[in-house]
Design a protein around this ligand. Sequence first.
Ligand code: ZN
Length: 391
Amino acid sequence: MKLLLIKNADVYAPEHLGFRDVLVAGERIVKIDQHIDPTGSPLDMEILDAEGHQLLPGYVDQHVHIIGGGGESGPHSRTPEVMLSSVTSAGVTTLVGVLGTDGTTRHLESLLAKARALDTEGITAYMLTSSYELPPLSLTGSPRRDMILIDKVLGIGEVAISDHRSSEPTKEEIKRLLTQARVGGMLAGKAGVMQFHLGSAPTGLSMLRQIIEESAIPAKHIIPTHVNRAPALMEEAKELMRMGAYADITSGVRLEDGFEGGIAPREAIRQCYEEGLPMQQLTMSSDGNGCMSEVRPDGTTRLLVARLHSLHEEIMGAVALGVPMEAAVAVATANPAKANGLYPRKGALRVGSDADMLLLNQNAAIDTVLARGRVMVQHAKPVVFGTFENF
Ligand code: ZN
């Protein structure tokens, strides 16, 4: 087993621990202390001097189109599968794969295989079962069975509501599916989450609010995403947070990513912090590897694959707006890990946690990324590549 000693890091676990040495053995963190002496170790030990820079848990991105997304402008607009280095270079070490709009030419079987492939390549990948539409797709007969029988299936989603691309599910249908998330989670020993894709229809989050008010299903199973796509929706999401649900900001909802009319992700975090909302229920995901369109200066549009890098940029953006570093970092580490039942193995720097971590440079950009103890990115450049990446 290899040992790696990170010396002199300013540790955000995500709570601020200050300057610490962190010892990694194999895939896990085995010691965090003010001073760890490397002499006399019977095992080979590599030393990484953090030079006082910030060390964070690797990001937990709970909404990534790992086998591609899009397809909404016809078959040529289906985005390709995600490549390992575009995940790791964004600082993401744990992700949850989702299907999205297209549950016809995209399949849960492919999603499961891709999650396993990304695991083999070095990160940690999970998935949600079903897609935008109801009745829900499943691998084994029902979403609940998928959650119980398949380790990688953490929950159900993204099911679309308040969107012209949804199947216009009724409240009763959603309620029944939520019971599958809850009971499936109980029987599998998982958090049992259900993620909702929110579109721009004026109905917003009203259906979810009614379900929380009138059913016995705890609100913690409910994760609405893309809530910063419009100011009114963001306000409704805050209300849902007060009722015990999660609210998931999409970091790619930004002007520079071709998205107009939304609330900048960093600004959404700042608002929640300053308004005293229960910050542990605020999460952010990238919606990465889906399709986005960019309007060129000449007015024509071109299709692009959404990158995952917006996650780190928006976390640091929130810090620049005055949100304390530990609260901002938690939004993409501890909070989504807790929501999905992965904490503290994921989303934390603790003894026993997986050695998933990001070392920043003096400009707060990502310098080094470790995933399960392995250096995946060094000096901002990927050093480990996926099986079929050209490098
Ligand atoms: Zn979506």
